[in-house]
Design a protein around this ligand. Sequence first.
Ligand code: HSE
Length: 412
Amino acid sequence: MTVVKVAILGFGTVGEGVYRTIQSHAEELESALGKKVEVAAVLIKNKQRERNIHKEVLVTTDFEEILRLPKLDIVIEAIVNREPTFTILQKAIERGCHIITANKEMFAHHGKQLIELAEQNNVSVGFEATVAGGIPVIQTLRQLLKVNRVQQIQGILNGTSNFILTEMRDKKWSFAEALLQAQKNGYAEADPTNDVEGFDAFYKTMILSRIAFGEEPNWQEVEREGITSITSELIGAAEKLGLRFKHLASISKEGSQIKGTVKPVLVGNENPFYHVEGVENAVSLHSDIVGRITLQGPGAGMFPTASAVIEDLVYVSQNDAIKRSFKSTASAAVEQSKVQPKEFWLVTGLAKTYSNPSITWIDEVSKGVFVIKASKKDLEKLVKQQETIFYFSILGEYEPAIASTEEKVSAL
Ligand code: HSE
């Protein structure tokens, strides 16, 4: 029987998960591919560390040694950082290998170039593991929604942030305690700044944009904010109102423009994201024929990510990926309203004595934490004058928790 020879680059949480899954699901892989899958090589950084890898596998710190193997079909990349990863994957493609990557940052920056190079070399690129861990959102977009025009995608795309927000609320942990646990569980990036400052979710959003709309917004114009301004006190105030903080990415096509935001928002019980807890991710796809589809599942961790890679292994082996890698730019546009509507916001750092006709005071939730109604534009103007203000959008209809809006407004 022919054999598919695979190299795994990196033996951290993801690399090891992939290695172990190739062993544990050998039969399923063989029946899906009609071929045995064999790990021929593993690229590591540190030779001293003990690893549970079969003796026949080439374990090396030198990628060139892997490239010199007489037969190599697929290179699976589970390292971090843009370089040397991008260069290594270019060499793998030029050598005639399909590639599979779990590296969001590298793929957001260089995905387009890798796919073009793969096209020239008649090989495929799998990148399911770059977005939303084990949730097959990339395959859903490229395989199952080929005719639908995607209008908007919203999602909780960073498992670490969602885990931290959940544990701060549920177990009353501090931010630091929750982050430490996320690191112990293998959810966080090597540099967790990428998780908690929203960079990781931003890269994932850009990858989704390219696959859904065939293009990305100008990166500089995407509002990106992490979860570090969310204190236990704010989480408690939101809870009093029946609201939860969720770190939400959103990307849509408005007219000919792609608009994106990656930031924390507040949602109520009626919102599907309210129930997405812990390391779970969820992605809601809004398309013109089908309407809204929401996919939910584990967004990080060893085996959820390995699941995405292993399914890609079958996909790229079928060598059918290239033409459907990225959609054409013809997507349904969301109608753009000219008038900026007034929305509800949870704010801190705004003096109660502040008077401005464009802002309606609704509720004082706890000391110094208010619910107001204002347009985003007016609020942004205000923040320019007073940098101590933090504000979070409350999605959907806000219903005052204690008294009616009128009573609260007059009380203030
Ligand atoms: N650090 C990432 C997260 C891993 O927490 O979502 C999965 O991409």
